[in-house]
Design a protein around this ligand. Sequence first.
Ligand code: CA
Length: 254
Amino acid sequence: MVEPTLSLQPGPARVLVVEDEPRLAALLADYLRAAGHEAECIADGGQALQAWSERRHDLVLLDLMLPGVDGLTLCKQLRALTDVPIVMLTARAEETDRLAGLELGADDYIPKTPFSPREVMARVKAVLRRSRAAPRPAAAALQVDEPGWRASWQGHALDLTPNEFRLLRALAAQPGRVYARAQLLDLLPSGDDARAATERTVDSHVKNLRRKLEQAGAGSDLIRSVYGVGYRYDQDDETAGRTSMPVRRSGGLR
Ligand code: CA
């Protein structure tokens, strides 16, 4: 009897391999590529978070023992940003490590001894199939608390000025809509500093907003410049339709 899920091939994925042993990293990359996936290898834990933030891989294969930032810390940092599937690899197979990884939100956990690339590939396939078959609720993305005049990105408070808040609220309320600078300027109160309020003021607020969003882990291109016109708020796939209620997944195997 054929398992119905066997027909559901997860398809090619972009995989970030975070592994400091070059031979093992190369071996994993070879297997991933042979299975039709793309693989990017990073040896230093400290660089992995940035690599993922920039390129948004579909899955992370994460070694536990790493130079720079260790695998458990990295797992936790990734989970603060994203629900990307994470498969942890470890030479240590102690139960405490296993539980720690799963509590921090890893999707699966594979001991490296004895190491079986085929086993890794089977788990990768299973985790991809699971994550694609039933897209899980995202970690909270942008939250705009209108009555409280506050906003946060995935739980990280954005320390916004009132004018930055006004602009973000308007832009984020209609993702994809292009606002002219003049329209955005109209959203700002013409109070004490009206003399200084020009379309350049909007640029400067947007610049600060981007910096604050980026510091909160949102990536730098959430608010896009539209040449010669103004700005629009973009939602990428990771955050589409998720600006309202945050739903935090629980860690663990599923
Ligand atoms: Ca290692």
